[in-house]
Write a protein that binds this ligand. Sequence first.
Ligand code: CP3
Length: 338
Amino acid sequence: MLFLDAIHCQNHSRPPVWIMRQAGRYMPEYRQIRSQYNFQEMIHKPELAAEVTLLPIHAFDMDAAIIFSDILTIPESLGRPFQFKEGIGPVLENPLTSPQDLDSLTPTTSLDFVAEAIKLVKPQISVPLIGFCGAPFTVASYLIEGGSSRDLKKTKQWLLRDPASFHQLLDILTQATIKHLQLQISAGADVVQIFESWANHLGYSQLQEFCFPYINRIISQVDAPVIFFGRGTVGVLEDLIQLKPHAIGLDWACDITQIRKNVPTNIALQGNLDPQVLYAPHDTIRRECQRILSGMEGDPGFIFNLGHGILPDISPDAVKVLVETVKEFQCAHESSPF
Ligand code: CP3
């Protein structure tokens, strides 16, 4: 299978392709289901989560599926549920406001519904299934901010003023995360991806203190290949390599071909088309995909993806063009006599 071969840096045909947030609002089929159920119902009902996971596989023939769920299931399982508010995003009912709140942050509800959804999806697909989680720092920031925030001001003030209790929080989240990834893997996830979506808010010494040690713990305790995606972390490539993930996900603000030269050949690279390129005319989409594909041609450890999640107002036709461009690259590549 292309995707697993590439994760193991042993892919000798065209690169596999999937898209972060591939099952989402840009798909009319998703919006149709969403008009009948709220987001919480969709992730909690295994039959619905499974159905939504399959949508982009059927519509675009992606080379990997990612289970339909959310990184905020971890706060929920620790007694801090969230609602998804239209036009605002996720809103936590009960954010953390002081270190005393950590005492109440204990495993409260099960995440078995994610395992159930995975078990329903597995027999229906012939491509690998990706499980996932948010990295502890990113999830901590949602718990403290109470939802999406532009500057993570409360989170940063907490970690700067009271690093000890921030570490306590990260430790609680790390334990829950390892359990959750193991649950997903036992249920059938072939690979897991860790999203450190807010890593770009941390300075270097903060990454070293509040991000890497916890990612390291997760990677070393999980029995499946791990993709680490840390937004804005390409400048600390050496530290990422030290974490020994199977693959590093790159955002779009870097030249993946250049990066390849500095990453050991046993670590795969995933990325990194600017998600907004999908707003462009189809020829531009093809050209920008081909630029990345040519730069990575023949690389046995390359997975084509966007540099971050797909935006909700992208046209499905643009996604078709992206996937076709990657898949046709195979033909050009394999029919070459040399
Ligand atoms: O990739 C996939 O298709 C799998 C499903 C998936 C979702 N969220 C579904 C979702 C994954 C991998 C995530 C991860 C996630 N969730 C992250 C990390 C990835 C990243 O983008 O950095 C974060 C930060 C979250 C938290 C979260 N959940 C946010 C910020 C939002 C609102 C985003 C928006 O598009 O406005 C959600 C809701 C959410 N999670 C939706 C989906 C499909 C949209 C819900 C809807 O309107 O129906």
